[in-house]
Structures are given as C-alpha cells and as structure tokens.
Design a protein around this ligand. Structure first.
Ligand code: ADP
Ligand code: ADP
Ligand code: ZN
Length: 210
C-alpha cells in the first residue's frame, strides 16, 4: 500500500485536482474536510467534537483526525493506497500516517495568500456528487446545473467566508507549512505552481507522479 498526499493552503485546488487524477492513479480520494463535514451533518460524536474548531477556522485536534484515518484505511478500497486531500496538516499527523501507510509522493499545490480569499469566497459544490466549482474561475456550464451529474442542488460551505479564511490561512502557516520541510527532507516533495489554469496543473501533477 503506497499513498499520495495533496498538500497546500485552503483553496489551493487540492479537491479539484484530486477529482481529476483519481482515475489515473486508481487511488480513492480521501478528504478529511469532507469526512468531518459528513460527521457534523450526521451529528456523530466526532462531528460534535469537531464543529467548533471548523467554524472558527482552527485545526481539529490530531487525535480525532488520526482516528478517522485509522478507520478509513481499514476499508477494502484502501488496499493499494489512498490519495489524501487536506491530510496530514501537522507533523504529528504525518508521523502517525507514516506508521499507517507508505507515502510515495507529496504534491504541494502552491498559491499565494493574495489569491486565496477570492478562490474560497467564490467556491460552491454539488450537494449530490461533490464536484467543486467557482463563480468566476470554474463555473458550471449551465448555471445551477452540475456538469458531472446534472443535479441542481448546489451548496456553499459555512466556513467559506473572509473572516474564517484568514483564520484558516493562519493555521496553515503556523501548523501545516512546517510539514513542507519535513517531507522535503525525505525526498518525496514535489512543488507545483497552482496559480495557473486547472488543466495545466493537472498535467504537471501527473508528470510528477510518473
Ligand atoms: P482546496 O481543496 O485546496 O480547498 P478547491 O479544489 O476546493 O481547493 O478549490 C478552491 C476554489 O478554487 C474552488 O472554487 C475551485 O473551483 C477554484 N479553483 C481550483 N483550482 C483553480 C485554479 N487553478 N484557478 C482558479 N480557480 C481554481
Ligand atoms: P480547505 O478548503 O481549507 O482545504 P478542508 O475541507 O480540508 O478545507 O477543511 C475544513 C476544516 O476541517 C479545516 O478548517 C479544519 O477545521 C478541519 N480539518 C480538515 N482536515 C483536517 C486535518 N487534517 N487536521 C485538522 N483539521 C482538519
Ligand atoms: Zn454533481
């Protein structure tokens, strides 16, 4: 089992790229953010514990995240590895992951802070299939209709507002960005310029995975 990590600030395009490369890699996409939002929606113990942190734009405690991942890797589709999107976000999480699966590539999607707020504040997604869109940069072909599945049920995240984005960027710089050096020292870290067209970025990611 050998896994891939998509790394980068909030709004860098991790989810967008994960959806595009999952077919080529054959690895299922695992977004801890999506797992936590599902837990909040279902009112589980994990969701109740995580909600306050998420609403405030703070990282959810490592123990909660690591438990989620330990359970996820037991699913049958994880046998060949997973593609992690938004995990790990701290050195503790990365150390725990190293005991769970081998990581072959860490793909860092780099986008300057100055571009992040407009990315996040224009984001919406399909409530039915999860496809991610943007008001300006990546709108649906027909307004309000999902390109992937045809659903007209679109949603926006409660934490996708300017105040919370700034908190999330702080958390990224303080707690997550130190992981770049940690993975770089292992020789598996690949930097990709994420401030370009979505297709160009996908092409570069696929190249660095070869
Ligand atoms: P993340 O998973 O890293 O938080 P998303 O994939 O959800 O990021 O992307 C954040 C927002 O930016 C979405 O609205 C998405 O449509 C848009 N987006 C993704 N990639 C690009 C890009 N290369 N250029 C412009 N906008 C993008
Ligand atoms: P983003 O668009 O910021 O990349 P995510 O959907 O990955 O958003 O995460 C949303 C929120 O869920 C984060 O602000 C944080 O509160 C929580 N979260 C998600 N993944 C993790 C993680 N690996 N460690 C700690 N908190 C997490
Ligand atoms: Zn859809």
């Amino acid at each position: 089992m050998s896994s891939i990590v998509l790394f980068g600030p909030p709004g860098a395009g991790k989810g967008t790229q994960a959806a595009r490369i999952t077919e080529s890699t054959g690895l299922p996409q695992v977004s801890t953010g999506d797992m936590l939002r599902a837990a909040v929606k279902n009112g589980t113990k994990t969701g109740i514990a995580a909600k306050g942190y998420m609403d405030a734009g703070k990282l959810v405690p490592d123990s909660i995240i690591i438990d989620l991942i330990r359970d996820r890797v037991k699913e049958p589709d994880a046998v060949n590895g997973l593609m992690f999107d938004g995990f790990p976000r701290t050195i503790n999480q990365a150390e725990a992951l190293a005991t769970i699966t081998e990581v072959s590539h860490v793909i860092a999607i780099e986008v300057p802070d100055s571009k992040i707020v407009e990315r996040i504040c224009g984001r919406y997604s399909c409530a039915s299939c999860g496809a991610v869109f943007h008001d300006v940069f990546n709108p649906t072909t027909v307004q309000g209709v999902c390109d992937e599945c045809g659903s007209t049920d679109m949603k926006r995240r409660a934490d996708d507002n300017e105040a919370t984005v700034n908190q999330r960027l702080n958390a990224y710089h303080q707690q997550t960005s130190p992981l770049a050096d940690w993975y770089d020292s292992k020789g598996i870290f690949h930097r990709i310029d994420g401030d370009r067209a979505i297709d160009e970025i996908t092409g570069d990611i696929l190249k660095s995975l070869n």
